[in-house]
Write a protein that binds this ligand. Structure first.
Ligand SMILES: Nc1ncnc2c1ncn2[C@@H]1O[C@H](COP(=O)(O)OP(=O)(O)OP(=O)(O)O)[C@@H](O)[C@H]1O
Length: 341
């Protein structure tokens, strides 16, 4: 639905030229939430601003539903932009306008008659959960409420695509989660395609279906979120995954645990998909003459299912431990015995 082909943006300053986006190609499907993650300076903001031509590309194409955005003249671009909503890290609201006037603004520009405008604003206010705050000014709102106004305004003209430029980076974790939930809700309810850029893996994990990792203006890795989490290929991707899974902390704590036990086995279980870990553990404990201790672990939920790992200590007769491990292996849980004695 959105095809980005060989897209490049070079900024030239007096002293140097910077290749902010470098020959980038991506396909984004209709109705998906597509995340682009990268560190500061990777070129994410430039990339997302090239999609609606807040920046003009040096080279390449952006095609949305067979319309080549890159080739449009100013007048046609203005019309095409009604199909591409955008929200920003710092909300970009009009401070002298109330909530309802902010949301109404793009409708006024599109020439929507007053009565229709009012109805649409009312509908949008309910959609984003701002009922009762219609007459408030942005300065009277919390960060989360301001972003809700931003979202309502971006949706005013029924866009096909919503671009989110670090939309939750200025918010605290709880507010971030409530805004992310709203985005999922809108994606499901309206079938809206969402492209978001972020430097936080939490945002990707929580709401994205697919992800691209950006480094130095290029996409270095991409795929389904669950696949990328489970099998990160590039070092930079592994670092982002560690943001969530805290692998480094887990390994450090494991060294301490190894010192604690002088019998039995420490086993790491990798869970993928719908399996419920507690059910499996209690079943194994009942079925075999062994003691199981849950040591540590982290199971996390993505849009495409759960995954994570759990360390357990199994003690008892060596043959019985082996039988229990064989049983766990026969389910779809991956088992890794950690050598320590
Ligand atoms: N208008 C501009 N003029 C010159 N250089 C620019 C301009 N905009 C961005 N750059 C440079 O392009 C590179 C990519 O910047 P960009 O803002 O797209 O990265 P980013 O991944 O969004 O990082 P951040 O999250 O810090 O904004 C950086 O080296 C930046 O300094």
């Amino acid at each position: 639905m959105i095809t980005i082909k060989d897209l490049s943006k070079v900024f030239s300053t007096k002293s140097k030229t910077i290749s902010a986006v470098d020959n980038l190609s991506l396909e984004i499907n209709k109705g998906e939430i597509f995340g682009v993650i990268g560190y500061s300076g990777a070129g994410k903001s430039t990339f997302i601003r090239l999609i609606n031509r807040l920046e003009d590309p040096t080279d390449g194409q952006v095609v949305i539903d067979d319309e080549n955005i890159t080739l449009l003249n100013k007048k046609k671009l203005r019309v095409a932009r009604q199909d591409i909503g955008m929200i920003f890290q710092h909300f970009n609201l009009l401070w002298s306008r109330t909530v309802e006037e902010n949301i109404s603004f793009p409708l006024e520009i599109a020439g929507v008659p007053k009565q229709e405008r009012q109805e649409r604003v009312h509908e949008l206010i309910r959609l984003v959960g701002l009922a009762g705050r219609e007459k408030a000014y942005p300065s009277e709102l919390s960060g989360g409420q301001k972003q809700r106004v931003g979202i309502a305004r971006a949706l005013a003209n029924n866009p096909k695509v919503l671009l989110c430029d670090e939309a939750t980076s200025a918010l605290d974790p709880e507010t971030t989660d409530s805004i992310l939930e709203l985005l999922v809700n809108i994606n499901e309810k309206l079938g809206l395609t969402i492209i978001l850029i972020t430097h936080e893996m939490h945002v990707i994990r929580k709401i994205c279906h697919r992800v691209a990792v950006m480094d130095a203006g290029k996409v270095v890795e991409q795929g389904d979120v669950l696949d990328v989490f489970l099998h990160p290929q590039k070092q930079i991707t592994k670092k982002f995954v560690e943001q969530i899974m805290g692998d480094k902390d887990q390994e450090d704590a494991l060294d301490l645990l190894k010192e604690k036990y002088d019998s039995g086995k420490i086993v790491r279980l990798h869970f993928i998909g719908e399996l419920t870990n507690q059910a499996l553990i209690s079943q194994v404990a009942k079925q075999y003459e062994i003691d199981i201790n849950i040591l540590q672990g982290k199971i996390t939920q993505t849009q495409k299912g759960a995954y994570g790992s759990l360390f357990i200590h199994i003690d008892g007769d060596e043959e019985e431990i082996k039988r229990a491990i064989d049983y766990i292996t026969s389910t779809s849980v991956e088992v890794e015995v950690i050598p320590y004695v």
